[in-house]
Design a protein around this ligand. Structure first.
Ligand code: ADP
Length: 357
């Protein structure tokens, strides 16, 4: 069990945490959400002693987190950083084995077997001898995950575990986190991804005003927030994302979209308009590419709806299509169409269409 007791953190210019109190039970997945700068990462880092509270205490299984107990704490707690922190001069299996051998004094063969088992669990056993630089961001994230798990932590801290991942890796990461929690570990996540928090957490801490402003189940926080700042925060989260490829299920996407809008009191007419535009964009892209891979992000702002369509492949501005009918329809429904190409992105093309309500 993790217990926060009257935690405050004061920096020279800012006091992000004023009086944080809360309990995380063994085997729970808890997501910490809230506006930027409300001290979420600070609180997460306090759990493994990386940041010290100005006042108040954190307890893990009734042991207070302080310098004197730091060895016990680092044994119990593992953290996967947003930047992964993998050793680039070591290959994958060496990255997984080194701390087991050096810190836990684990026998080399045992460390190897443990590492292989975890590589399998994260779906990367074929990368045993790969160099870190050969791996994609999603793969590096999973290796960082496996490396932390190799130390057998009881508590796992995850800082923005999906922020750099493509939608496929996000799904895999979600499944992995749930599986690890089922094995009895306690997992604490700081995330900006509302879908991650909603889909996998047992409990949500919404941080604001230097405290855990509201806590509850995902259902309570996302569907029936009680306090004004929680309500307003949840309402500003107005972007929904879909991945469109061969396995795209149009009907299920539509029902998700309708549910999303219902919860936020978004007028259903806006859905029709945005789906009309999207249908035409999709048509253009399916004519252009043999097997298009598209990510669609829809943002409902107060007075306009924004449709960002990211797609893989050769540079292609949808405004240059031969399909004049589709283009005319899109132009008729929108106030602005923009296009950008960035070859360093996985989805290199982005078309942005804005619509007035
Ligand atoms: P969040 O994760 O909710 O975005 P953080 O915990 O990263 O918030 O930061 C909370 C506030 O504390 C921010 O305003 C940040 O600039 C400030 N802060 C974080 N670390 C330090 C530091 N070492 N020194 C001074 N200010 C800091």
């Amino acid at each position: 069990m993790i217990k926060f007791s009257h935690i405050a953190k004061v920096y020279d210019n800012i006091t992000p945490l004023k009086d944080v109190n809360g309990i995380i039970d063994d085997g729970e997945i808890v997501s910490i959400i809230g506006p930027s700068g409300t001290g979420k990462s600070t609180l997460l880092r306090m759990i493994n002693g990386l940041v010290k509270p100005t006042s108040g205490d954190i307890y893990i299984d009734n042991i207070v987190v302080n310098d004197k107990n730091i060895n016990i704490i680092t044994k119990k707690v593992g953290m996967v950083f947003q930047s992964y922190n993998l050793f680039n001069h070591l290959n994958v299996i060496e990255n997984l084995m080194i701390a087991q051998i050096e810190i836990l004094k684990r026998d080399k063969q045992l460390a190897y077997e443990k590492s292989m088992k975890l590589l399998k669990e994260v779906g990367l056993e074929s990368k045993e001898n790969a160099e870190i630089s050969e791996l994609s961001g999603g793969e590096q994230q999973r290796i960082a995950f496996a490396r932390t798990l190799a130390m057998d932590p009881e508590v796992l801290l995850l800082d923005e575990p999906t922020s750099a991942l493509d939608p496929n890796s996000v799904d895999m990461m979600k499944a992995l986190i749930v599986k690890i929690a089922k094995s009895g570990k306690t997992i604490v996540i700081v995330t900006h991804s509302m879908s991650l928090a909603r889909d996998i957490s047992d409990k949500i801490f919404f941080m604001d005003d230097g405290i855990i402003y509201e806590e509850g189940t995902p259902e309570e926080i996302f569907m029936r927030p009680k306090k004004p700042k929680t309500r307003s925060f949840i309402n500003t989260q107005r972007t929904i994302e879909f991945k469109i490829d061969k396995s795209f299920d149009y009907n299920s996407a539509i029902s998700q979209l309708i549910e999303f809008c219902k919860k936020r009191n978004i007028d259903m007419r806006r859905i029709n308009k945005v789906m009309l535009v999207f249908e035409e964009v999709k048509l253009i892209l399916f004519e252009k590419y043999e097997e298009p891979e598209i990510i669609l992000k829809i943002t409902f702002k107060n007075d306009e709806t924004k449709l960002a369509v990211h797609y893989k492949g050769k540079q292609f501005d949808i405004r240059k299509t031969d399909n004049n009918i589709s283009l005319k329809l899109i132009e008729g429904l929108s106030t602005k169409i923009e296009y950008t190409y960035d070859e360093d992105e996985e989805y290199q093309n982005e078309a942005m269409v804005e619509m007035r309500n």
